[in-house]
Structure formats: C-alpha cells, structure tokens
Design a protein around this ligand. Structure first.
Ligand SMILES: CC(C)(COP(=O)(O)OP(=O)(O)OC[C@H]1O[C@@H](n2cnc3c(N)ncnc32)[C@H](O)[C@@H]1OP(=O)(O)O)[C@@H](O)C(=O)NCCC(=O)NCCSC(=O)Cc1ccccc1
Length: 181
C-alpha cells in the first residue's frame, strides 16, 4: 500500500530525532564501558537519544532510529530504501527483523538497572505484508512481557501510520552483569 501525505509527519519526526542526536554531539559509534557503568538501561537509551552518547552505526545502515523509550516500552521507526531490497524486489526480511530486534531489545533495556546488560537469544517474527520503497515510514512498538533476573521476553508489532500491520514478533533476552573493563 502506498502511503499519502500523512506519512510526512512520521518522516519529519524521524529526521527530528536524528537531528536531536547530532545537535547533542551524537554520531555513529560505540560507547565505552565507563560511560554507561552507572547508568540504568533507560538512562543509556535517553543519553543516546539526546546525543550525549554515540548512537548505533546500524541506525544509519538501516535508516532507522529510536523514537521513544518508556518503562518497558520502546518505539523504533525506519523508512525502507532501495538499498534494503532483496532480489525479489521487496524490502528484505532482515530489515523487518532488525527493526523488531532493535525495538524489542530497547524495551527490555529500559527495565534494566545500572550494571546489568542483555542480549537477544531468540527472535521469532511473522512478516504479513510486504514493504516497498514507496511504503514510507514504519514503526515497531515493543513492550516487555516478562522481566526476570536472567530472562526477559517482549513482543512487538510493525505498523504504518494508518495502523496497517506489516510484521509482529516476540523475543527472549538473556540478562547478565555488565563487565567493567
Ligand atoms: C503473501 C503473504 C505471504 C501472504 O498473504 P496473506 O497473509 O495470505 O494475505 P493476503 O493474501 O490478504 O495479502 C496481504 C498483503 O500481502 C501482499 N500480497 C499478497 N499476495 C501477494 C502477491 N502475490 N504479490 C505481492 N504481494 C502480495 C499484498 O500487499 C496484500 O496486501 P493487500 O491486502 O492486497 O493490500 C503476505 O503475508 C506477504 O507478502 N508477506 C510479506 C513477506 C515479505 O515481505 N517478506 C520479506 C521479503 S522475503 C526476503 O527478504 C527473503 C529473501 C532474502 C534474500 C533473497 C531472497 C529472499
């Protein structure tokens, strides 16, 4: 489905989120352990969004950005481009998986205290509608389902600004102690 003018607001919000990071001094890169050791997971994400910490290089590769973070909730938005196509002439399944993995991971991260980290160990997704270059902005909204000491689970949906569903997913993340190095 081709989206009309009302996708312009979402496109503008993505540009503004990227500009906010850059205005705050942010650039694609890696955070050092000492920059995050005393920050909660949510504080780390907020510091990335404000440009205080570098943002993931993958954001630029996939043309996606973290738009919102809350307690146990995260919203990632991406705008698929020609460079995200597969040989079949549609947006690669990996682009959907990356958007979902990013939102799901950040939702889990938002619930972590300082000194704890996480990694995805399982991601299950269904892509129920193909995306094209003309599709425009898509959002992955993720919410934590279970938050344990070692295991977190979360669910997410990718929709366009009309509420049309493109993909949905669940994840399992392993929670561990952050190594101070
Ligand atoms: C077709 C189906 C799997 C099943 O459809 P159903 O659930 O039974 O539902 P329904 O039939 O109601 O259609 C719903 C909507 O589906 C679309 N559509 C349906 N038929 C066709 C058609 N013949 N042709 C084109 N589109 C068709 C159409 O938009 C329709 O919308 P509408 O309601 O008309 O406005 C659908 O869920 C789908 O396309 N998912 C996305 C999969 C995807 O994008 N995967 C990632 C890329 S793969 C990859 O990257 C791997 C790789 C990598 C490297 C190298 C090689 C490979």
């Amino acid at each position: 489905m081709e989206n009309g003018n009302n996708s312009a607001a979402w496109t503008r919000q993505q540009s503004e989120a990227i500009q906010r990071m850059r205005d705050g001094g942010g650039s694609p890169g890696l955070t050092r352990a000492d920059q995050i050791a005393d920050k909660s997971g949510r504080a780390i994400l907020e510091a990335m969004m404000s440009g205080e910490l570098p943002y993931p290089p993958m954001n630029d590769t996939m043309n996606m950005v973290l738009l919102e973070v809350d307690d146990g909730r995260a919203v990632f938005q991406g705008i698929p481009q020609l460079e995200h196509y597969n040989p079949l002439g549609t947006v690669h399944g990996g682009w959907f998986a990356t958007l979902l993995d990013s939102a799901l991971g950040c939702a889990v991260q938002s619930r972590l205290p300082a000194g704890r980290s996480y990694t995805t160990v399982e991601l299950s997704l269904n892509i129920v509608r193909p995306a094209l270059q003309k599709t425009g902005p898509l959002r992955a909204v993720a919410k934590v389902i279970h938050m344990g000491g070692q295991l977190a689970t979360a669910e997410a949906r990718i929709e366009d600004e009309n509420g049309q569903l493109y993909a949905h997913a669940t994840t399992s993340c392993f929670i561990f102690k952050l190594q101070r190095s």
